[in-house]
Design a protein around this ligand. Sequence first.
Ligand code: UDX
Length: 448
Amino acid sequence: MENKTQSCKRLVLVPCPYQGHINPMLQLGTFLHSKGFSITIVHTHFNSPNPSNHPEFTFLPIPDGLTEHEILSGNLVAILLALNANCKASFQQCLTQLMEQEPQNSISIIYDDIMYFSEAVANYLNIPSIVLRTVSITNFIARSTVLQLLSKGSFPFPESMSRDPVPDLDPLRFKDLPISNFDTYENYSKLVVNLHKVRTSSAVIWNTVDCLEQSSLAQIQQQCQVPIFTIGPLHKIATAASTSLLEEDMGCIAWLDKQSHNSVIYVSLGSVASISEKELAEMAWGLAKSKQPFLWVIRPGSICGSDWIELLPQGFIEAIGERGCIVKWAPQRQVLAHDAVGGFWSHCGWNSTLESLSEGVPMICWPCFSDQKVHARYVSQVCKIGIQLENELERGEIERAVRKLMVDDDGKEIRARAKELKEKIEVSMKGGSSYHCLNELEKLIRSF
Ligand code: UDX
């Protein structure tokens, strides 16, 4: 009887159509499905997830109204504002149809905070909703400060202030604030104000772990009117099938199998960031000079002015021989869990950060934009398990950072702290804070 009641509950999940947001939402869906809920993923045509990887879910595409021009612009802020304006009506229509097919009161919505149009529709149709936040609490707090500073006209700040500490946000400096370069400050504010607000939703799910963000969590709990469930790291609560938009090159696992314990530095700048030809050359020679084996993800199109690796410096491939492996996209969670991987050079997107910390892999932090700057500072100065590259990329500095992280004696403490943090995260999952929050979340959803 209980199973029947459980399977009657349908959860409509609304991911934001970027890799760093699709992953945690589908992971959450996998977990909730394992608890007996039926899962429907309502998604945009733009960056659609691959339904064939998840036969257990129902996928419902909705028109997103994005033009080719908007997509090609790469202006994330403009794209996200447009999605919120364009998807409301189509989402409402989709839900109305779903409600005709389902028993009364059986539907609830979980939406990515960026897809805030979902909350308005849920409220209009009288459907319970919960918001999923996929980036750190610390970044949320820093973004609130940015909003206050923007309203006072404090941006752009003078270069001389860039290393000054931001009051109440220690150890963040002005240069670490998560400001977006994609659009005007006005549009950025509009987006952030909307995604920060919880109007009628019943709870907030956060992809983080209490032990990582204790003081930020305490601060946000005082301000938030609804329960917060810190259930992360989501990739660890359920083994989801591949959630990648790009094809994962499994050949790199065979290459890792041939490398010795903790010897490989894994390099990836995530799903959005791009670099210049000059930065590419410094990265390449820095890695070569470090003499450590490396697995390097170079996403097609991520080097300005080329399709893939055409702009790698001459002589580099010959110089590294078998010591380097370059792929277009890797099965990153598997890579970070591999015995051969001893360090991660990352842009510090929140998923990559959580994935590294939960495997005890110390990091070289090279943030490219927005929240990545907050996470890089946090990983290097608060968790103290990373080395941040602060200046323009330079091969000598890269070589030294890689060697310190991976082999030199002065990196011993960083490596030891990374292992300790991994254990703390494991405790959170096995009977600790994340485990407890997951149980409470499940109870709340069943009570709707
Ligand atoms: C974007 C923003 O840049 C980031 O700051 C924000 O936190 C989320 O959205 P993204 O570049 O996608 O981040 O980085 P991240 O959050 O780390 O997510 C990337 C995901 O892609 C990770 O889950 C990672 O495992 C996966 N990945 C990356 C792969 O599976 N294979 C790869 O080769 C590279």
